[in-house]
Design a protein around this ligand. Structure first.
Ligand code: FE2
Ligand code: FE2
Length: 191
């Protein structure tokens, strides 16, 4: 597997793990089994919103899907769909943050809309990541040449360095580790 694909899959796993943890925590609060721990919930929401926006989607759009668009005309509708999902994720991410703020201020009466926003965001991201892994990545594997992949791999590596200072990249890794430590069983994030 190419370096770029390995990075994409690893980032999907990290985002997916935090989404699953957040869904579990919200369900426990709804069931009355847990009080909200906003230190944990804030950190989770920050991770699942900022990680795709800052690190993940820009790489996909600007390098991998751009290379794919150069190799195929036929797949334009699919690529348009994927770009549109990135945009939708941004908007639903904003709703998620707004509903979390409302929940923090209003308390239990604003839990239901926050839980609904978490579910809507999770559904969108899961469907999107599944589509990328099942359709887009295999398509890229078929259509991109070795030199295309070499360029995409190099761009992926350079991208993270250019887009985020080392401290910020480290901060994302730290945040994931902290979340893994804070997330209660059985919603643990694993590695
Ligand atoms: Fe994506
Ligand atoms: Fe992705």
């Amino acid at each position: 597997m190419t370096k770029a694909m390995t990075i994409i899959r690893a980032e999907h796993r990290a985002i997916g793990a935090v989404l699953k943890g957040l869904l579990g925590v919200v369900a426990e609060i709804e069931a009355g089994n847990r009080e909200p721990d906003f230190r944990l919930i804030d950190a989770m929401v920050h991770y699942i919103e900022a990680m795709p926006e800052t690190l993940h989607h820009p790489k996909e759009d600007e390098y991998l899907y751009a290379a794919l668009a150069d190799r195929t005309e036929d797949q334009k509708p699919l690529l348009d769909e994927i770009h549109a999902e990135h945009g939708a994720g941004r908007e639903i991410g904003r709703d998620l943050i707004a509903s979390l703020l409302a929940y923090r201020v209003q308390g239990a009466s604003a839990l239901a809309p926050f839980a609904a926003a978490v579910r809507a965001y999770t559904e969108l991201q899961w469907t999107h990541m599944r589509k990328e892994e099942e359709i887009l990545l295999p398509l890229a594997e078929r259509l991109l040449s070795a030199s295309d992949w070499a360029a995409v791999d190099a761009a992926f590596e350079a991208n993270d360095e250019a887009r985020l200072e080392p401290e910020k990249r480290k901060a994302f890794r730290e945040l994931f580790r902290r979340l893994a430590a804070l997330t209660p069983a059985p919603f643990g994030l694993g590695d």
